[in-house]
Design a binder for this molecule. Structure first.
Ligand code: 8Y7
Length: 273
């Protein structure tokens, strides 16, 4: 199982790790300046040393209740980082965005995967990916980041998520994105209650049984806090457990904060698979 992302062919025959690189400003910086870029690049280089397979660069938080970021500000945050990383590292760079203009600029700067929590549903997003060689992760979300946790509701969360992802994959294929460039993602925490998230993880094999590789992002998410009682800074063990469970159920790419621990845990999964 190979994912075509730009010039890279990502071998998904064993579970791989996508490391999260947030480029959101601190109180000293508006993003894009030397300090900001340098901190992000230094962190990314350490992730590569640790064995990360993909680096996911994001400039806008999609957490529940997060305030949206303007286009220019998002570009200013992520593009200098992607340009610098493209020159320095030899692993695929992913751009976490739903904005077609950011997708195009990021791909031009060297990104080879588009990680879109809106599954390319914004106007022009499908074309932005179709007109490139980049891969895409199509994620399910109910509602929008501003309101998605207000009252999530499903008749059957697993089949509704699966049907949505299948329909998006078919639509993207018809628009010219080959299936060997696609990942599917149930979107843990995006318009889902604790029970919805647990059911999706329990029945993840129904998604991994589809013909496309599945990405899972459960790292440090609130469902893990609800299960363990730990707050966000203390969810390492729960996050690694969730990554191992996901990989055992067939997930091929794990989006995580804690790269070293997850890489090590997944070696054990690979050994028995
Ligand atoms: C996911 C994601 C986030 C996820 C994919 C967080 C950007 C929230 N979660 N992308 N992004 N899947 N594909 O807690 O689950 O990391 S942001």
């Amino acid at each position: 199982m190979i994912l075509n992302c730009g010039k890279y062919k990502l071998d998904l025959s064993t579970p791989r790790v996508m490391g999260i690189l947030n480029v959101t400003p601190d109180s000293f910086s508006d993003g894009g300046d030397y300090t900001q870029v340098d901190v992000a690049v230094t962190h990314a280089l350490s992730l590569v040393e640790t064995g990360v397979d993909v680096i996911d660069v994001g400039g806008e938080s999609t957490r529940p209740n997060a305030t949206p970021v303007g286009l220019q500000e998002e570009l200013d945050r992520v593009i200098p980082v992607i340009e610098s990383l493209t020159a320095k590292i030899d692993v695929p760079i992913s751009i976490d965005t739903y904005k077609p203009a950011v997708m195009r600029a990021a791909i031009a700067a060297g990104a080879s995967l588009v990680n879109d929590v809106k599954a390319l549903q914004e106007e022009g997003a499908v074309a932005a990916v179709a007109n490139s060689q980049a891969a895409v992760c199509l994620m399910h979300m109910q509602g929008t980041p501003e309101t998605m946790q207000d009252a999530p509701h499903y008749q059957d969360v697993v089949s509704e998520v699966a049907d949505f992802l299948k329909a998006r994959a078919d639509h993207c294929q018809q628009a010219g994105i080959a299936r060997n460039r696609m990942l599917l993602d149930p979107g843990f925490g995006f318009g889902k209650t604790r029970e919805h998230n647990i059911t999706l993880l329990q029945q993840l094999d129904q998604l991994t049984a589809l013909d496309l590789p599945v990405l899972v992002g459960l790292s440090r998410k609130s469902v893990l806090g609800k299960v363990t009682g730990s707050d966000v800074g203390a969810r390492l063990h729960a996050s690694v457990s969730a990554a191992v469970i996901s990989a055992m159920k067939g997930a091929k790419l794990l989006r995580v904060h804690d790269v070293a621990a997850t890489v090590e845990a997944l070696k054990v999964v690979s050994a028995i698979q």
